[in-house]
Design a binder for this molecule. Structure first.
Ligand SMILES: *[C@@H]1O[C@H](CO)[C@@H](O)[C@H](O)[C@H]1NC(C)=O
Length: 173
Protein backbone atom coordinates (compact mmCIF):
# COMPACT_ATOMS: atom_id res chain seq x y z
CA UNK A 1 0.00 0.00 0.00
CA UNK A 2 1.38 3.30 -0.91
CA UNK A 3 1.41 6.39 1.14
CA UNK A 4 -1.93 7.84 1.83
CA UNK A 5 -2.22 11.55 1.68
CA UNK A 6 -4.96 13.62 3.06
CA UNK A 7 -5.74 16.84 1.36
CA UNK A 8 -7.59 19.36 3.30
CA UNK A 9 -8.92 21.97 1.11
CA UNK A 10 -10.35 24.97 2.80
CA UNK A 11 -12.20 27.30 0.56
CA UNK A 12 -11.80 30.43 2.51
CA UNK A 13 -12.64 32.59 -0.37
CA UNK A 14 -15.42 32.31 -2.80
CA UNK A 15 -14.73 31.01 -6.24
CA UNK A 16 -15.88 33.24 -8.98
CA UNK A 17 -17.80 30.68 -10.97
CA UNK A 18 -18.33 33.17 -13.72
CA UNK A 19 -14.61 32.91 -14.49
CA UNK A 20 -14.90 29.20 -15.13
CA UNK A 21 -14.96 28.70 -18.85
CA UNK A 22 -17.63 26.02 -18.69
CA UNK A 23 -19.94 28.27 -16.73
CA UNK A 24 -19.16 31.29 -18.77
CA UNK A 25 -19.77 29.48 -22.03
CA UNK A 26 -23.12 28.19 -20.86
CA UNK A 27 -24.36 31.57 -19.80
CA UNK A 28 -25.70 33.77 -22.52
CA UNK A 29 -26.90 36.45 -20.20
CA UNK A 30 -25.22 38.18 -17.30
CA UNK A 31 -23.26 35.88 -15.05
CA UNK A 32 -23.43 37.02 -11.44
CA UNK A 33 -21.12 35.51 -8.89
CA UNK A 34 -22.70 34.68 -5.54
CA UNK A 35 -21.02 33.27 -2.41
CA UNK A 36 -20.65 29.59 -3.24
CA UNK A 37 -22.90 29.91 -6.18
CA UNK A 38 -23.57 31.92 -9.29
CA UNK A 39 -26.53 33.16 -11.18
CA UNK A 40 -27.02 33.43 -14.87
CA UNK A 41 -29.74 35.88 -15.63
CA UNK A 42 -30.96 37.80 -18.59
CA UNK A 43 -29.72 41.35 -18.96
CA UNK A 44 -31.98 44.27 -18.03
CA UNK A 45 -34.81 44.80 -20.41
CA UNK A 46 -34.88 41.13 -21.42
CA UNK A 47 -36.32 38.00 -19.92
CA UNK A 48 -36.23 34.27 -20.55
CA UNK A 49 -33.72 31.50 -20.10
CA UNK A 50 -30.23 32.94 -19.98
CA UNK A 51 -28.60 29.52 -20.09
CA UNK A 52 -30.02 28.95 -23.52
CA UNK A 53 -28.54 30.53 -26.62
CA UNK A 54 -30.88 33.31 -27.64
CA UNK A 55 -32.98 32.51 -24.59
CA UNK A 56 -33.19 36.10 -23.50
CA UNK A 57 -36.01 37.88 -25.21
CA UNK A 58 -36.21 41.63 -25.21
CA UNK A 59 -39.17 42.87 -23.23
CA UNK A 60 -41.61 44.50 -25.53
CA UNK A 61 -42.11 48.14 -24.65
CA UNK A 62 -45.83 47.74 -25.43
CA UNK A 63 -46.55 46.35 -21.99
CA UNK A 64 -44.65 49.18 -20.42
CA UNK A 65 -46.46 51.75 -22.53
CA UNK A 66 -49.84 50.22 -21.74
CA UNK A 67 -48.97 50.03 -18.06
CA UNK A 68 -47.77 53.59 -18.03
CA UNK A 69 -50.75 54.95 -19.89
CA UNK A 70 -53.17 53.06 -17.68
CA UNK A 71 -51.39 54.37 -14.61
CA UNK A 72 -51.02 57.91 -15.92
CA UNK A 73 -54.45 58.03 -17.59
CA UNK A 74 -56.23 59.79 -14.75
CA UNK A 75 -53.24 62.05 -14.19
CA UNK A 76 -53.19 62.98 -17.86
CA UNK A 77 -56.93 63.56 -17.80
CA UNK A 78 -56.62 65.80 -14.77
CA UNK A 79 -53.79 67.68 -16.44
CA UNK A 80 -55.85 68.29 -19.57
CA UNK A 81 -58.83 69.30 -17.44
CA UNK A 82 -56.68 71.66 -15.39
CA UNK A 83 -55.15 73.29 -18.45
CA UNK A 84 -58.60 73.68 -20.01
CA UNK A 85 -59.92 75.33 -16.88
CA UNK A 86 -56.96 77.69 -16.63
CA UNK A 87 -57.25 78.64 -20.30
CA UNK A 88 -60.98 79.26 -19.87
CA UNK A 89 -60.30 81.45 -16.84
CA UNK A 90 -57.73 83.45 -18.79
CA UNK A 91 -60.15 83.86 -21.68
CA UNK A 92 -62.92 84.93 -19.31
CA UNK A 93 -60.62 87.45 -17.68
CA UNK A 94 -59.56 88.81 -21.07
CA UNK A 95 -63.19 89.19 -22.16
CA UNK A 96 -64.06 90.88 -18.89
CA UNK A 97 -61.20 93.33 -19.35
CA UNK A 98 -62.27 94.07 -22.93
CA UNK A 99 -65.86 94.50 -21.82
CA UNK A 100 -64.78 96.98 -19.19
CA UNK A 101 -62.58 98.81 -21.67
CA UNK A 102 -65.40 99.16 -24.20
CA UNK A 103 -67.84 100.00 -21.47
CA UNK A 104 -65.61 102.85 -20.36
CA UNK A 105 -65.16 104.03 -23.95
CA UNK A 106 -68.86 103.89 -24.72
CA UNK A 107 -69.89 105.39 -21.43
CA UNK A 108 -68.12 108.57 -22.43
CA UNK A 109 -70.08 108.78 -25.68
CA UNK A 110 -73.29 107.88 -23.94
CA UNK A 111 -72.74 110.52 -21.31
CA UNK A 112 -72.23 113.19 -23.94
CA UNK A 113 -75.35 112.07 -25.73
CA UNK A 114 -77.42 112.15 -22.60
CA UNK A 115 -76.09 115.41 -21.25
CA UNK A 116 -77.81 117.15 -24.18
CA UNK A 117 -81.04 115.30 -23.44
CA UNK A 118 -81.30 115.14 -19.74
CA UNK A 119 -78.76 116.40 -17.32
CA UNK A 120 -80.52 114.69 -14.47
CA UNK A 121 -79.95 111.25 -15.87
CA UNK A 122 -76.47 112.11 -17.01
CA UNK A 123 -75.54 112.83 -13.45
CA UNK A 124 -76.35 109.28 -12.47
CA UNK A 125 -74.98 107.95 -15.68
CA UNK A 126 -73.20 104.87 -14.42
CA UNK A 127 -75.59 102.38 -15.94
CA UNK A 128 -74.62 98.74 -15.74
CA UNK A 129 -74.72 96.74 -18.95
CA UNK A 130 -77.59 94.56 -17.78
CA UNK A 131 -79.59 97.71 -17.03
CA UNK A 132 -79.02 98.81 -20.62
CA UNK A 133 -80.12 95.43 -21.87
CA UNK A 134 -83.25 95.71 -19.77
CA UNK A 135 -83.90 99.23 -21.05
CA UNK A 136 -83.71 98.10 -24.65
CA UNK A 137 -85.64 94.90 -24.09
CA UNK A 138 -82.41 92.99 -24.59
CA UNK A 139 -81.46 95.07 -27.65
CA UNK A 140 -84.70 94.25 -29.40
CA UNK A 141 -84.71 94.81 -33.16
CA UNK A 142 -87.98 96.69 -32.77
CA UNK A 143 -86.18 99.22 -30.56
CA UNK A 144 -83.55 100.03 -33.17
CA UNK A 145 -83.46 103.69 -34.04
CA UNK A 146 -80.64 103.48 -36.49
CA UNK A 147 -77.23 102.14 -37.11
CA UNK A 148 -74.11 104.19 -37.25
CA UNK A 149 -70.71 103.20 -38.42
CA UNK A 150 -69.66 102.12 -34.98
CA UNK A 151 -72.82 100.59 -33.67
CA UNK A 152 -76.56 100.47 -33.42
CA UNK A 153 -78.70 103.02 -31.63
CA UNK A 154 -81.61 101.72 -29.62
CA UNK A 155 -84.50 103.38 -27.96
CA UNK A 156 -84.19 102.60 -24.32
CA UNK A 157 -86.57 103.06 -21.46
CA UNK A 158 -84.80 103.32 -18.15
CA UNK A 159 -86.14 102.13 -14.81
CA UNK A 160 -87.40 105.63 -14.11
CA UNK A 161 -89.23 105.64 -17.45
CA UNK A 162 -86.79 108.07 -19.01
CA UNK A 163 -86.56 107.47 -22.73
CA UNK A 164 -82.97 107.46 -23.84
CA UNK A 165 -80.94 106.56 -26.87
CA UNK A 166 -78.56 103.74 -26.22
CA UNK A 167 -75.76 103.09 -28.60
CA UNK A 168 -74.42 99.59 -28.68
CA UNK A 169 -70.93 99.25 -29.96
CA UNK A 170 -70.48 96.95 -32.97
CA UNK A 171 -67.79 95.14 -31.09
CA UNK A 172 -69.77 92.56 -29.25
CA UNK A 173 -68.28 90.44 -26.55
C1 LIG B 1 -32.87 26.83 -19.83
O1 LIG B 1 -32.24 26.23 -20.94
C2 LIG B 1 -31.38 25.16 -20.60
C3 LIG B 1 -30.68 24.71 -21.88
O2 LIG B 1 -31.61 24.50 -22.90
C4 LIG B 1 -32.17 24.04 -19.93
O3 LIG B 1 -31.32 22.98 -19.55
C5 LIG B 1 -32.87 24.60 -18.69
O4 LIG B 1 -33.70 23.62 -18.12
C6 LIG B 1 -33.70 25.80 -19.07
N1 LIG B 1 -34.20 26.39 -17.88
C7 LIG B 1 -35.49 26.76 -17.78
C8 LIG B 1 -35.82 27.40 -16.48
O5 LIG B 1 -36.29 26.62 -18.67
Amino acid sequence: MGESKIFICVLATDIDECRITKVRDSCFGDCINLPGDYECRCPRGTHGNATERGGCIAESPTGLIIGLSVASGPVFLLLVLGITLVLRKIEQHRKEMLKQKYFKQNRGQLLQQLVSQNADIAERMIIPVDELAKATNNFDKARELGGGGHGTVYKGILWDLHVVAIKKSKITI
